[in-house]
Ligand binder design. Structure first.
Ligand SMILES: *Cc1c(COP(=O)(O)O)cnc(C)c1O
Length: 425
């Protein structure tokens, strides 16, 4: 009998049965068949410590023996308080307030509601729309779908249901671009703001790495320019660091590359090391303080049942400790060197007729194929060679766990290259 489990993003008619995972260790997971697969994606980028990390598993066990869950409405607990203090410590100066929720999408919904209410409370009730970027992906809930790329994004079916927001072109200048190249992107952003700022509450973006929307890698200079434009036009700046947070771009947060402080910042995926679903929306003092007042509109009307879940907070605290004690930024730098050498600098790969571009940033690498068709079958090809790869459209990428060893990383890059270079040889 086929399983009643309905899989995400799957065509039910053509999908092949999903292999059953029975366990994992480090960068590998194990299938029922006994196959061990090296996970090149660390499970949608969240399992940054790999599978069955003893310290993370222990943290959950210990917390489970004390307190598994309690509501955050009117109550608090040690893990929620301690994690909030840690998040304030490690994020840019001024982000001093933490609103918990249970997933990246909900964390973004919270950010958008917060921005809109901030504008109402500070005397700008006409600022009701968001400004997003083309190629953006911010989640699959209704509010989030409305700020995903409306053309290439996967939510066009629902457009009549969604509020209409504004979009600026996706930045084209890459990570190392000169200020002149970035100026063109910023001019395009400015143009939208000049026309529509009176109705825009916030500009939201995935800083430096537009992830699910096509692994578009952009410049720290763009973040600085966006910050200045937001200040000029009375628009809040929201960084969706759900994918980029916790080291993915080479620094703890993408914001750190630019030394830019957003007004609101959203964290999820790597927050708990992937061991439990959770998210945090951090607010700057100036946003938070606008909510201090006497009217009924001053309360923030949001409160997911599982916000601040003690198990999730406790494992997030342990994840952060391991990250800092074991020099994860050093590990990420090593992986980055390897990805540059093996993929970005490989002349044959870059010259292959099916390859449009090869990009690397932090512990992220993508081979952009000329079409999705050119990647048809790559998942099976990789699996036969002991690697789990799952491309997004025409983008074949790796976002490995940071504990991936150099030989393991090389195995992954070898398989990615082999798909293009040796398959038909
Ligand atoms: C994955 C992702 C989300 C959505 O997070 P979920 O936990 O899947 O709801 C939002 N923004 C970005 C940038 C993401 O990569």
């Amino acid at each position: 009998m086929t399983s009643p489990v309905w899989h995400p993003y799957a065509h039910l008619k053509t999908q092949t049965p999903a292999p059953k995972v029975v366990g994992g260790e480090g960068a590998h997971f194990t299938l029922e068949s006994g196959e061990r697969l090296l996970d090149a994606t660390c499970s949608w980028w969240c399992m940054i410590h790999g599978y069955r990390h003893p310290r993370l598993v222990n943290a959950i066990r210990e917390q489970a023996g004390e307190l598994c869950h309690v509501m955050l409405g009117g109550l608090t607990h040690e893990p929620a308080d301690r994690l909030a203090r840690e998040l304030v410590r490690i994020t840019p100066e001024g982000l001093n307030h933490v609103f918990y929720s249970d997933s990246g999408s909900v964390g973004m919904e919270v950010a958008m509601k917060m921005a809109l209410q901030y504008q109402v409370l500070t005397g700008h009730p006409e600022k009701q729309r968001m400004l997003s970027l083309m190629k953006a992906y911010h989640g699959d809930t209704t509010g989030c779908m409305a700020v995903c790329d409306p053309e290439e994004g996967m939510h066009s079916l629902f457009s009549s249901l969604l509020p209409e927001h504004h979009f600026a072109p996706a930045p084209k200048a890459g990570f190392d671009a000169t200020p002149d190249q970035v100026a063109l992107d910023l001019a395009a952003l400015r143009e939208v703001l000049v026309r529509h700022h009176h109705e825009i509450a916030a500009l939201l973006m995935e800083p430096l790495l537009q992830a699910a929307g096509g692994l578009n890698m952009t410049s720290p200079e763009y973040l600085r320019g966006a910050r200045a434009l937001c200040d000029e036009f009375g628009v809040l700046l929201i960084f969706d660091e759900v994918a980029t947070g916790f080291g993915r771009t080479g620094k703890l947060f993408a914001a750190d590359h630019a030394e830019v402080t957003p007004d609101i910042m959203v964290l999820s995926k790597g927050l708990t090391g992937g061991y439990l679903g959770h998210a945090a929306t951090l607010a700057h003092d100036r946003v938070h303080d606008a909510f201090i007042g006497d009217s009924e509109h001053h309360a923030f009307m949001h409160g997911p049942t599982f916000m601040g879940n003690p198990l999730a907070c406790r494992v997030a605290l342990e994840s952060l400790r391991v990250f800092e004690e074991e020099d994860y930024l050093g590990k990420i730098a090593t992986l980055n060197g390897l990805l540059q050498r093996e993929l970005r600098d490989d002349k044959t790969l870059n010259g292959h007729p099916d390859v449009a571009d090869v990009r690397v940033l932090g512990a992220t690498a993508v081979i952009e194929a000329r079409s999705a068709q050119a990647l048809k079958g790559v998942g099976d090809f990789a699996r036969q060679r002991g690697v789990w790869l799952r491309p997004i459209g025409r983008f074949l990428y790796t976002m490995p766990a940071y504990i991936t060893s150099e030989p393991e990383m090389t195995h992954i890059t070898d398989v990615m290259k082999a798909w293009f270079l040796t398959r038909n040889a």
